[in-house]
Design a protein around this ligand. Structure first.
Ligand code: ZN
Length: 469
C-alpha cells in the first residue's frame, strides 16, 4: 500500500510521539539516514504537496516598527521572498505569500487567504521593537489553544533553536491572552477561527545594538528567510535534491495538545537574591552571586545597580537557562559607597528586585585618573617649580580629574636631574663672563683715568704756554 504525503507525516508523528512518551522530553534527532521507513517512502513525493503560506508582516500604510533606516514592512517582505525562494527548492511543497508588494492587508484577510489555499501552516514574519529600546533577542508567539498550540510550538522550537545557533538570544516561545481570554495577537486569533496552524516569528529587535549585526544588510535578511525555510522543511520533513538535504526522518519535538488554554506568565520571578562573593578594592570589581528563578516562564535578563537602584546597567542576557544561580562581575567607581541591587527579568519581561548589599567604599584609581596623572607628570617636568602640589597626601578634584600627591613625589626626581645640572653650568658660565666683564671694565676705567690725567697736565702746560704767548 502506498502512503500519501500526509499519511507519511502522521507516521513520523506517531513515531515521534512514541519516542516522546517513552524517553526524554525532547524528541528531536537527526536520524535521516537510519530511518528505514523514510528511505523507502520519501517525502515530498507525488500526490498532496505541503501548502505553506508566508505572511510578510505589515505593508502599505501599516509600516510596522520603524527605527533609524529600518522599516519593518520592508524587512519582512525581503525575508518572506527569500523564504519562498528557498522553500521552493524542496520537493512536494507549494508556497504562497499573503502579499508580494506594498499592500495593507487586515489580519483576518491574511488568515482568510491561508484558509482559501488550504494552508498547512501560516508563517507570520515580523521584527520587534521595545518602548525603551532595551530588549533584544528573538521570540515566537503561538496560540494558547489545542492543536494550534501544539503545532505552533512544535515548529517554533525548531525555529528558535536555529535562531540561537545563528547567535541570537532566545526570548522563548510564548502565548498571550487578551481580556476576553482569547489569543492576544489578532493573526493567531483569526488563524484559530479558521483552523490554520500559525506562528508569529519575531526574528529580533530592529532597535537594538545587540541584534543589529543580524539585519543590517540585505544578505542578512535573506539569511533569515533561508533559516525560516529550513526550519519549515525540518518541521514538515521535506527533502531537496537541489540542496542535497533530506529532512524526511527529522523527528521534531512532539508537543501534547493542551485541553485548556496555555496561560501566559503574569507574575514576577519567584526568587531574586544576591550575595557579594568578592570585592576587589584595587580595581573596583565586585563579584555578585545572583539566584533568581521563575517557575512559569524562566529567566531572561538581569540588570544591576551600585547606587541602590537609582541607575541600572543595560539588560544582560541570563547566561544559562538551566541554572538558577549565576555569577557576574560588575564595576563600581571609586569613592562611592556601593549599594548593590539587581533586577531579574522573566520570560515576560517582568522583574523582581533583589535584596540590597552595602559595601565599604574603594579608593582605587580609574584608568582615566591614571592617564590624567601621567599627563600631569610629564607636564610638571617642563614647568619645573611653577606648579604647586598637594602637601598632605590627600587628593582633590580639579575639573573632574583627581590629582594625587604621588605626582609631587615623582615630579622632582628624574625629570629635574638634567635641567638643574645644565642650569648650574649656565649660571657658572654667566658668573665667569660677568667677572671677566668686570675685570675688563675696571681695567678700561683705570686706563682711562691715567690718560685723562696726562692730557690735563699737557693742557695746563699748553695753556700756560698760550697764556705766555
Ligand atoms: Zn510586526
Amino acid at each position: 500500500m502506498k502512503f500519501g504525503f500526509h499519511g507519511k507525516r502522521y507516521l513520523a508523528a506517531i513515531l515521534g510521539a512514541a519516542l516522546f512518551l517513552s524517553g526524554p522530553a525532547c524528541g528531536i534527532s537527526h536520524a535521516a539516514e537510519t530511518d528505514a521507513a523514510a528511505q523507502k517512502m520519501p517525502y515530498g513525493a507525488e500526490d498532496t504537496p505541503v501548502v505553506i503560506v508566508i505572511d510578510p508582516g505589515h505593508g502599505g500604510e501599516n509600516l510596522g516598527a520603524e527605527y533609524e533606516d529600518y522599516t519593518e514592512k520592508d524587512m519582512t517582505l525581503a525575508v518572506a521572498e527569500a523564504m519562498k525562494e528557498e522553500l521552493e527548492k524542496y520537493e512536494g511543497v507549494t508556497v504562497y505569500l499573503t502579499r508580494t508588494g506594498d499592500e495593507d492587508l487586515s489580519l483576518d484577510e491574511r488568515c482568510a487567504y491561508a484558509e482559501s489555499v488550504d494552508a498547512d501552516f501560516l508563517f507570520c514574519l515580523h521584527f520587534n521593537m521595545s518602548e525603551q529600546h532595551t530588549l533584544f533577542g528573538a521570540e515566537c508567539w503561538v496560540s494558547a489553544f489545542g492543536e494550534n498550540y501544539s503545532k505552533g510550538y512544535g515548529f517554533a522550537s525548531i525555529e528558535i533553536g536555529m535562531l540561537q545557533e545563528m547567535g541570537l538570544f532566545s526570548r522563548g516561545i510564548k502565548t498571550r491572552l487578551n481580556d476576553k481570554g482569547t489569543d492576544y495577537y489578532g493573526i493567531l486569533r483569526h488563524s484559530v477561527e479558521r483552523s490554520v496552524p500559525c506562528v508569529l516569528i519575531e526574528h529580533c529587535h530592529l532597535d537594538q545594538a545587540h541584534d543589529q549585526p543580524f539585519y543590517d544588510h540585505d544578505e542578512k535578511l535573506r539569511a533569515f528567510g533561508i533559516l525560516d525555510a529550513t526550519a519549515a522543511a525540518k518541521y514538515f520533513g521535506l527533502r531537496s535534491e537541489t540542496l542535497g538535504v533530506d529532512y524526511s526522518g527529522w523527528l521534531k519535538e512532539e508537543v501534547a495538545v493542551p485541553t485548556t488554554a496555555v496561560s501566559p506568565d503574569r507574575s514576577e520571578p519567584d526568587v531574586c537574591i544576591i550575595d557579594v562573593t568578592e570585592q576587589n578594592t584595587e580595581n573596583g570589581e565586585i563579584t555578585v552571586e545572583l539566584s533568581a528563578a521563575d517557575y512559569d516562564s524562566g529567566m531572561l535578563y538581569y540588570t544591576y545597580s551600585y547606587d541602590n537602584g537609582a541607575h541600572f546597567s543595560e539588560l544582560q542576557p541570563w547566561p544559562d537557562a538551566s541554572s538558577d544561580t549565576i555569577r557576574f562581575v560588575m564595576q563600581v567607581p571609586p569613592r562611592v559607597l556601593p549599594q548593590i541591587v539587581v533586577n531579574a527579568y522573566n520570560g515576560y519581561d517582568l522583574y523582581t528586585a533583589s535584596n540590597m548589599v552595602s559595601l565599604p567604599s574603594m579608593d582605587y584609581k580609574t584608568e582615566e585618573e591614571l592617564a590624567a596623572m601621567e599627563a600631569v607628570e610629564s607636564l610638571s617636568g617642563d614647568v619645573a617649580d611653577g606648579e604647586t602640589f598637594l602637601p598632605d597626601g590627600g587628593a582633590t578634584v580639579q575639573d573632574g580629574i583627581t590629582v594625587h600627591d604621588v605626582t609631587a613625589e615623582t615630579a622632582g626626581e628624574p625629570a629635574d636631574g638634567q635641567p638643574s645640572l645644565t642650569g648650574f653650568l649656565t649660571v657658572s658660565l654667566l658668573c665667569v663672563l660677568l667677572l671677566a666683564a668686570m675685570v675688563l671694565s675696571l681695567t678700561l676705567i683705570l686706563g682711562g683715568r691715567k690718560r685723562r690725567r696726562r692730557r690735563r697736565k699737557k693742557s695746563v702746560r699748553r695753556g700756560r704756554q698760550d697764556f705766555d704767548r
